[in-house]
Design a protein around this ligand. Structure first.
Ligand SMILES: [Zn+2]
Length: 187
């Protein structure tokens, strides 16, 4: 018994250094070559784990496909520069440069930060035919996309604030700095 426990501990020690799987969503911002890895790597958690991580409203919107009431979210009127990340997994989804005032009461974007940052699927609920937008990394429900947007794409990504976490440009610099420091401390 004792020997087995020791063996497990050694194996655990060997596996641990290979495990920093949290980094791809962050490194993808600067490294476009890791797109394929990102597609393969879906982040999955149990309902209980998501509930622990998210507020009730964030959970209802992202994991139960809910919709926040118009004009009540954090970001519908926000004009700050930065990257809007998935509130569940931290993957970059939309840039403030693509945000526009749609007057709908929800944050609206012309395009995702990268085409494969989000996935779409047909949504026929509520007697409507709509196209649902999901986080490509963790399948969080984000909102819907419509074909009545401004600009060449004519897309209007209508996204719930509760699904987003804005990393303002100043924040991004300090956060990247801290991530780098942590990495440098590791052997
Ligand atoms: Zn996500």
């Amino acid at each position: 018994m004792v020997e087995r426990l020791d063996q497990t501990a050694v194996q655990g020690g060997r596996i641990a250094p290979k495990a920093p799987r949290l980094s791809p969503p962050y490194s993808c911002l600067s490294d476009r070559t890791c797109k394929k890895d990102k597609q393969k790597m879906k982040i999955t958690k149990s309902d209980g784990e998501w509930k622990d991580k998210l507020t009730d409203e964030q959970y209802r919107v992202t994991r139960m496909k809910g919709t926040e009431r118009a004009f009540t979210g954090l970001y519908h009127d926000c004009k700050d520069a930065g990257v809007y990340r998935c509130v569940c997994c931290g993957a970059p989804l939309f840039h403030s440069d693509a945000k526009f005032d749609s007057g709908t009461g929800w944050p609206s974007f012309q395009e995702a930060v990268e085409p494969d940052a989000v996935e779409t699927t047909s949504d026929n609920s509520l007697f409507m035919h709509r196209t649902e937008v999901l986080c490509a990394t963790c399948d969080a429900h984000l909102g819907h996309v419509f074909d009545d947007g401004p600009g060449p794409s004519q897309k209007r990504f209508c996204i719930n604030s509760a699904a987003l976490n804005l990393e303002r440009e100043g924040d991004a610099a300090s956060q990247q700095g801290s991530v780098r420091n942590v990495r440098e401390e590791q052997p």
